[in-house]
Design a protein around this ligand. Sequence first.
Ligand code: SF4
Length: 63
Amino acid sequence: MKVPVVDMIDCTLCGGCYEMYPELFRLNDAGFIEVAEMECYPTDEVDDAIKHCPQDCIHWEEI
Ligand code: SF4
């Protein structure tokens, strides 16, 4: 199964991903991006978030 992963080392918390796709990404109380737990992630939406992340720090990971 493929899941989206955010590399927090490069993330600048610009807000792009969680403003575009709040059902997929959120900023938690500790100030880190969290990816929602889903049975199956929507490819188009995740690919779009990947494409628009200015830091190029969202990627798919096979688990
Ligand atoms: S779009 Fe990229 S840099 Fe911006 S908050 Fe999301 S993961 Fe971080």
